[in-house]
Design a protein around this ligand. Structure first.
Ligand code: GTP
Ligand code: MG
Length: 342
């Protein structure tokens, strides 16, 4: 069996390039995008729960993500008042996209797929719209990272200036062809306070309200929408807003430790990855029944490379059992002809 697998690896290495699964991430400065990426692999370092698959950062990203993870852990050593980093909104945002590369395969074997997640700074949506739109067209899912306290506090008074809801919604609705048939994952970050106060369902409602226009558009373009809140740090929660003295957005958020014993305890960070892979598998099944559509481009690269890789899809299916739906604020708010979480 081992020899057979090694032979498979050698053949696939020689004949077929490793397929790339892509996801687009959008979200404001300092919302915690890199932190989520860093926390994913604290949950998945050796293998993905319940499957024979590993999921790890590619070599070029490993050091940065490991460094970020250590920084997050150090926060709990200091136990002092926590404020959003002072540069939030104050330093001119770096006008480059960030790419996170991960790889996935069977434990003990060479990788089966590469996973490329790109996050584009807000200004990219206006300065390089076609670049963003093209990447979305090649992606299976679009992750919208939301700074939850801005969404929830003071009746959402500061939500627009932080989360740029209009800019993101307008961009997606104006690039309908790229987003059609995809899954949009709304990911409320820094949401510990609302879990602790039993208000996580209110977060879901607030997402539905703030993004109502985008959600309506999704219903007409066969786009699925899921709310998937994450606790990146676990042991801290939102305390209050403080004035931002440095210019940029008007308020910074201040966080407090939940107790003296608070620990770095990321929760649910791996869920976006589960949704991504499940949607790839759903798409694969759907694609068999709908061979001619705008996914043709992806079909030729990703789907044909994964064709006949039943073993991989079988493992994804096993992993999908751990996907969260209808609990802890997780909710499918729009479904489409592709998404199948059963
Ligand atoms: N309280 C709290 N702080 C967080 C959380 N996640 C990240 N942070 C902090 O928020 C700040 C920004 O986190 P990053 O992960 O760098 O955010 P980003 O979205 O990648 O930022 P840019 O790439 O600069 O746009 C850091 O100081 C983190 O320590 C969280 O869940 N809760
Ligand atoms: Mg970042």
């Amino acid at each position: 069996m081992d020899i057979l697998n090694k032979l498979k690896d050698t053949i696939s290495e020689k004949v077929v390039a490793v397929p790339v699964i892509k996801a687009t991430m959008m979200g404001p400065r300092a919302v915690g995008k890199t932190s989520v990426m860093a926390s994913i692999f604290s949950e998945t370092r050796d293998s993905v729960a319940g499957s024979r698959l590993y999921f790890r950062p590619a070599e070029e990203c490993a050091a940065e993500l490991q460094g970020k993870r250590l920084k997050l852990m150090q926060i709990f050593g200091q136990k002092k008042d926590l404020c959003d980093e002072p540069q939030t909104g104050a330093i001119a945002a770096s006008n480059v996209e960030t790419t996170f590369n991960f790889e996935m395969g069977f434990v003990g074997r060479k990788k089966t797929v590469d996973i490329e997640i790109k996050d584009f700074p807000g200004e990219f949506l206006t300065s390089h719209p076609s670049k963003v739109s093209e990447f979305i067209a090649e992606s299976h899912i679009v992750i919208i990272a939301i700074d939850t306290p801005y969404l929830m506090e003071e009746d959402g008074l500061y939500n627009e200036e932080k989360n740029n809801v209009k800019q993101v919604s307008n961009f997606l609705t104006h690039h309908a062809e790229s987003v059609r048939d995809k899954l949009i994952l709304f990911v409320p970050l820094k949401s510990e306070r609302y879990f602790h106060d039993n208000r996580i369902d209110e977060v879901k409602l607030a997402v539905e309200q703030a993004y109502a226009g985008l959600i309506d558009f999704c219903k007409t373009s066969n786009i699925a929408c899921v709310v998937a809140p994450i606790q990146t740090l676990g042991g801290v929660e939102f305390d209050s807003f403080v004035e931002n003295q440095r210019g940029g957005i008007s308020k910074l958020s201040k966080f407090r430790f939940c107790s003296n014993e608070s620990k770095y305890l990321p929760l649910f960070c791996v869920q976006p990855m589960y949704y991504l892979l499940t949607y790839v598998a759903n798409f694969y099944a759907w694609n068999l029944a709908h061979p001619k559509n705008i996914w043709e481009r992806m079909k030729s690269s990703l789907v044909s490379a994964l064709k006949n890789n039943d073993e991989f899809f079988f493992e994804i299916k096993k992993m999908s059992k751990d996907i969260m739906v209808d609990k802890m604020g997780y909710s499918v708010i729009v479904t489409n002809t592709i998404l199948n979480l059963k």
